[in-house]
Design a binder for this molecule. Structure first.
Ligand SMILES: *Cc1c(COP(=O)(O)O)cnc(C)c1O
Length: 466
């Protein structure tokens, strides 16, 4: 399997290459040169497989020769063995039509564990082959940082530097990062906003002196391997609801468009998906893009669903590439113009290509709270604010009665207990496996919002690349 860039000029790479590279060197994102496809019979034969076994089957065509079958099975068993639920991503029923897919049973209680647990193992496997060392640099407003730290803590060939805006992440989110005391984990509280931290990380990716010394990479969802791992749970849920004979719809609380793009990939691979509902909060650039072709970024409004408070959705570029005829040169020009003006119109072919599978909904604060109350009052389920936006969108989308709709539950409600308590009057408790979080020792360094201070800090602690 070869991967090509959405902007047409970076070299094609194999799976090992795209996993270690992250972003393509022409500024684009990597995507498979062609979509692998399973027959109806092959999909039917996957029903009832244990999650790790299903994961290995779905990932095999994407991995090509980069891993042996035995090694792939071993990594899937290790990654998904760390989940606290034997089904890994259990499916629950709300009513005749509405279902909930719980993706938060990993170590840090958000769906990002599903992909990052696997990515950490892939990094380690590939780095030990080349005897190289990786320096992960990231900025987080919460969930990505803790999931990435958990996935790589204690690994010899990786150092991780995670910047968070000082005083602006929740106590649970901060402690999930800062109580990991492994020597390769470096938490930095930046005196500034998330955008300031993010800008410093972007600057470091373009800093030729730093890149000359260190192999610097990202762990956000621009990394193809993360999306690949997320395709698996679309299959897992649909198979339980009667696929391939029966079509299924999904409602996905969306920020960077990574999770819902994985659903699009599942459809390309032959899974019969009726609809993918893109659920946004008031930061609704994706809703505007999908409903009237207007992809223009405003400023971010903070909400109770902070992981969806995003104006520019990196992975949308992958959809525009695939739906718009896979013309990397044209898309490169379109994206560079967008980076200048922060606004663009989708082309007709991009709009038509997307409208076949996607619909979108925007949920305000009241919509979100009412969905939390409905789940609690009618089904006895406490859901988090992100999931509530997905459920609101699922319940307000017109679909035939025989199509089940699966809302992806992206975070455990205890991660956002204040917002849950405000809406439902109930305060969800942290699961016992993370229950001593508030008793553990914390370790992090505070740095001013100054690029040189951060670059010096990284340079003094990271290991040089070969
Ligand atoms: C990251 C995140 C999202 C958004 O996922 P994308 O792949 O960026 O669209 C939604 N909910 C939660 C809880 C998250 O952590």
């Amino acid at each position: 399997m070869q991967y090509i860039s959405t902007r047409g000029s970076a070299p094609a790479l194999d799976f090992e290459g795209v996993t270690l590279a992250g972003l393509a060197n022409d500024g684009g994102l990597y995507i498979p040169a062609e979509w692998p496809r399973f027959s109806e019979g092959e999909i039917a034969a996957m029903a009832g497989l244990p999650y790790a076994e299903l994961a290995a089957r779905i990932m095999t065509p994407f991995i090509g020769d980069s891993l042996s079958q035995d090694k792939l099975r071993e990594l899937c068993a290790a990654a998904y063995g760390r989940f606290s639920h034997a089904a890994v991503t259990p499916l629950k029923q709300f009513d005749e039509q509405q279902w909930l897919l719980e993706l938060f049973h990993g170590p840090t209680l958000a769906f990002k564990d599903v992909a990052l647990q696997m990515l950490g193992l892939l990094f380690e496997t590939f780095l030990s082959r080349s005897n190289d060392h990786l320096t992960i640099v990231g900025a987080t407003s919460g969930d990505t940082g803790s999931a990435a730290i958990d996935a790589v803590a204690g690994r010899e060939r990786i150092d991780i530097f995670m910047l968070h805006p000082s005083g602006r992440v929740s106590d649970v989110q901060r402690r999930q990062m800062t109580t990991v005391l492994a020597p390769n984990v470096h938490n930095i509280a930046i005196d500034g906003s998330f955008d300031d931290a993010q800008a410093m990380v972007k600057r470091m990716f373009g800093d030729s002196e730093m890149n000359g010394r260190f192999r610097i990479t990202a762990v956000n969802s621009i990394n193809w391997a993360r999306l690949m791992a997320q395709v698996v749970y679309y299959f897992a849920a649909a198979l339980q609801l009667g696929a391939p004979q029966r079509k299924v719809a999904f409602s996905v609380p969306t920020g960077n468009f990574g999770d819902v793009f994985a659903g699009y990939v599942a459809a390309k691979m032959g899974l019969p998906i009726e609809r993918l509902i893109v659920a946004t909060n008031v930061n609704d650039i994706l809703h505007r893009a999908l409903s009237d072709g207007d992809y223009s970024a405003g400023s971010v409004t903070p909400t109770a669903a902070p992981s969806m408070d995003i104006q520019v959705s990196s992975n949308f570029e992958r959809l525009l590439f695939d739906c718009g005829g896979r013309d990397g040169t044209a898309l490169g020009e379109q994206m560079r113009a967008f980076e200048q003006s922060k606004a663009m119109q989708l082309t007709n072919s991009q709009r038509e290509g997307a409208s076949g599978l996607f619909t979108s909904t925007r949920a305000g604060a009241d919509d979100m709270a009412s969905a939390m109350r409905w789940a609690s009052d009618h089904c006895g389920e406490i859901i988090d604010p992100h999931t509530a936006i997905g459920l609101y969108a699922a319940r307000s989308t017109e679909l035939a009665k025989n199509i089940p709709v699966v809302t992806l539950a992206t975070a455990h409600p205890a991660k956002f207990s204040d917002a849950v308590e405000r809406a439902t009057g109930m305060r969800p408790a942290l699961p016992s496996r993370v229950g001593d979080l508030f008793a553990r020792e914390e370790r992090f360094d505070e740095l001013p919002g100054d690029y040189d201070a951060v670059a010096d800090y990284v340079a003094q602690r990271a290991t040089e690349s070969r």
